[in-house]
Design a protein around this ligand. Structure first.
Ligand code: TPP
Ligand code: MG
Length: 322
């Protein structure tokens, strides 16, 4: 049985708030995993360009720098009902691979996965629901996990939240009930060290680990950006949740490479350069140059073709209320 960490400090050698980055040794990835990582990367970069050129209205939050988390976790967690958040494109694409449907949703074009009503932050599809309301998904995931347990479904309920979302009281109500009822719930924390423009250490007392421990909930730290290493580390932990072992909090020490939404990054250039050095994209390209180069070019081209095709579509038509 894995011990619950009562200790508030990160494990030896881990710098709070950052993934290991440049010291990570990446295993050579399966083509499908690398393609998915790269496709999400180019999808998100394309969104920022489309905003800059006025093709997208409203707002959007990209998962640049964090793509490896849903790519590593989605196969491990399946079958699952996933509750995603405001930074949810990677979560969606890792589950469905549906670039065109999501881009059409965000740009309000025909073929949009939710008819263009949900946009970037509110996407609903079989086994997947995202919300821009911080913490809401965790509460809903507890209800779904209760349903799974009482109907003997093998599925997990999964909620992705950020570090800043630990400021929402509903997270603690959810942890309490999930622990009390020993529910099949995995909370994946994408701890990128920042919430909008507020560094986590200016807003959070104590640690995520200690907060989980207060409810007797298991907690795992992940500081690798290698998809293979992450799955190896977490496979048994996730299997235990599925086997009735109660909820699990998985805390990724990750980094947000892009702005909070678009163009609102106040971090100094030197800090952003350091993030790029630690980025999985940079480190994988250095360690597996041949594998990376060919597939990166292919992913970039695929996203460009889909973007062109989706933007040429008719706008979504909404029925008038009258
Ligand atoms: C209930 C609620 N309060 C405030 C906001 C505005 N808001 C959107 S994202 C965000 C910061 C979230 O930070 P974090 O949980 O660390 O996620 P990250 O953006 O870093 O992925 C805030 C305050 C919101 N969406 N919902
Ligand atoms: Mg954050």
């Amino acid at each position: 049985m894995t011990a619950i960490r009562q200790d508030a400090r990160p494990p030896e050698g881990m710098r709070a708030g950052w993934p290991r980055g440049e010291s990570v040794r990446h295993a050579r990835l399966a083509d499908a995993d690398l393609d998915l990582l790269l496709t999400i990367r180019h999808f998100e970069q394309t969104l920022l360009s489309l905003f800059a050129s006025g093709h997208i209205a409203g707002t959007t939050h990209t998962c640049l720098g964090q793509e490896y988390i849903p790519v590593a976790m989605t196969p491990l967690l399946a079958p699952a009902f996933t509750f995603s958040n405001h930074r949810g494109h990677g979560h969606y694409l890792a589950q469905f691979g549906d670039l065109a449907g999501l881009l059409a949703e965000i740009t309000g074009r025909a073929g949009a996965v939710c008819g263009g009503v949900g946009g970037s932050q509110h996407v609903f599809r079989d086994g997947f629901c995202s919300t821009g309301v911080q913490g809401e998904g965790v509460a809903a995931a507890v209800g779904v996990a209760l349903h799974m347990r009482t109907t003997n479904l093998p599925d997990l309920a999964v909620a992705y939240i950020g570090d800043g979302t630990w400021g929402q009281g509903v997270v603690y109500e959810a942890l309490n009930l999930a622990a009390l009822w020993s529910l099949p719930l995995v909370i994946v924390v994408e701890h990128n060290g920042i919430a909008q423009s507020t560094p986590t250490d200016r807003a959070m007392a104590g640690t995520v680990a200690a907060r989980a421990a207060a409810f007797g909930v298991r907690h795992a730290y992940v500081d690798s950006t290698c998809v293979v290493a992450i799955r190896d580390q977490l496979a048994a932990e996730v299997a235990r949740v599925r086997d009735g072992g109660g909820p699990l909090v998985v805390e990724f020490r990750t980094q947000r490479l892009g702005p909070h939404s678009k163009g609102d990054d106040t971090r100094p250039a030197a800090e952003l350069a350091a993030l790029t050095e630690r980025d999985w994209y940079t480190t994988y390209a250095r360690q597996h140059p041949a594998h990376f180069a060919a597939r990166d070019a292919k992913a970039r081209a695929t996203v460009a073709v889909i973007a062109q095709e989706v933007l040429a579509r008719e706008p979504v038509r909404r029925e008038s209320a009258a």
